[in-house]
Design a binder for this molecule. Structure first.
Ligand code: NAD
Ligand code: INS
Length: 347
């Protein structure tokens, strides 16, 4: 079986995922694409190049008989409306992160999915498919180094555009860690605090405070510091160090060569997310395609999307109040449906 995919939002990652689906994923092809009217000419050109149908309206694309499953790669605000429409149309849907910025929208998605009776939603938290994170998780799960105590993380982008503002550092960028770190540790966060250093980089713009520091605490008391610095200039630099009782586990940036010359030894740093996480995205999409064919979605769920959004909402609130804010999750409405082992813990 070949899954016929309709993709909404042919921007930066939309194009990268189209290339991935057409050339590197088996069992799937893009048959329909859609974007906003202002991008009609470009979207039609992309449709023609891959032999797909152009849709001017995302809801029509979702309803089309030609489309078996939906990929949402629009900007964040449009994610929940299209996810809900895909559930309504009984179609599997891969939605890029965040599932929704507002936790209330995540609850609407969960309610619709549970009412529908089977999992249809996978959220684009691709770090769960990254070899580096996977190996760190395996080491942690082995308990060979004792219990995790502290995590030191950085999430750095070389630069961002002027449409990227202060809240996006948490809601669009740190949301990756808000999913990945609880997944890594097997427990949820209970509080968040955001601190803005008085001194900012000269490479930012008036609507963006950059960098920002986020402090998080988990249920068992593990402390996390996370630096979000999205105009760092030197590359796409993702780091995660887990300090355990008798060892330190570190994520490494994958690189495949080094240069030794003139008394220097250097290794390249990834340029952007598409390069740093290429293996993770490929594995994520192959796994999603296989699960659509089996009619059994299993990757990061709407519940995971909800937990991450509650954490980002608490962090955003902390930036405004200057206080440590609690991360209060509802009890998982259906732990069996969402593969959650304890009341709140995702597996
Ligand atoms: N998983 C990852 O690492 C990763 C990496 C990059 C982007 N993303 C996510 O992917 C999404 C897109 O990011 P991007 O960098 O490609 O942004 P982008 O701005 O380059 O592209 C977004 C596209 O969506 C279109 N769009 C916006 N609203 C729409 C609507 N209502 N209907 C149809 N089309 C609409 C825009 O016109 C644009 O072409 C974001 O949600 C982002 O968080 C995830
Ligand atoms: O949408 C992108 C994407 O999620 C990247 O992985 C992240 O590093 C960026 O900060 C974000 O803007």
């Amino acid at each position: 079986m070949v899954v016929n995919i309709g993709l909404i939002g042919v921007g930066a990652i939309g194009k990268v995922h189209i290339e991935r689906i057409q050339n590197r994923i088996s069992g799937a092809q893009v048959v329909a694409v859609c974007d906003l009217p202002k991008k009609e000419a470009e979207t039609k050109k992309i449709a023609k190049a891959i032999g797909a149908e152009y849709f001017a309206d995302g809801f029509e694309l979702i309803k089309s008989d030609k489309v078996d499953a939906v990929v949402i790669t629009t900007n964040d605000p449009a994610h929940p409306q299209y996810t809900l429409a895909a559930i309504e149309a009984d179609k599997h849907v891969f939605c890029e992160k965040p599932m929704a910025v507002d936790p209330a929208d995540c609850i609407k998605v969960m309610d619709a999915e549970m009412k529908h009776g089977k999992r249809l939603v996978q959220v684009g938290f691709m770090r769960a498919f990254d070899r580096g994170y996977d190996e760190v998780k395996a080491e942690l799960d082995s308990h060979k180094y004792g219990e995790p105590l502290l995590l030191h993380c950085t999430h750095r982008n070389p630069s961002v555009g002027t449409e990227y503002d202060t809240p996006m550092a948490v809601e669009n960028t740190a949301v990756h860690e808000m999913f990945t770190l609880p997944w890594l540790l097997g427990e949820n966060f209970i509080s968040a605090k955001v601190t803005l250093p008085r001194k900012q980089t000269r490479n930012t713009h008036s609507n963006l405070h950059d960098p920002q520091m986020i402090y998080l605490e988990t249920e068992s008391g593990v402390l996390v510091d996370l630096e979000v610095f999205v105009n760092c200039q030197w590359g796409y630099d993702i780091n995660c160090k887990v300090v355990c009782e008798t060892g330190e586990l570190s994520l490494l940036d994958p690189h495949y060569h080094e240069v030794k010359t003139a008394n220097k030894d250097s290794v390249p740093i990834s340029e952007d997310w598409s390069d740093r996480f290429v293996q993770a995205y490929d594995t994520e999409f192959q796994s999603w395609t296989n699960s659509v064919i089996a009619d059994k979605t299993s990757g990061p769920s709407a519940w995971d999307g909800y937990c991450a959004s509650v954490s980002t909402a608490a962090a955003s609130k902390s930036r405004e109040t200057g206080k440590t804010e609690p991360i209060n999750l509802i009890d998982c409405p259906n732990p069996e449906f969402y593969g959650v082992s304890k009341n709140k813990e995702s597996v």
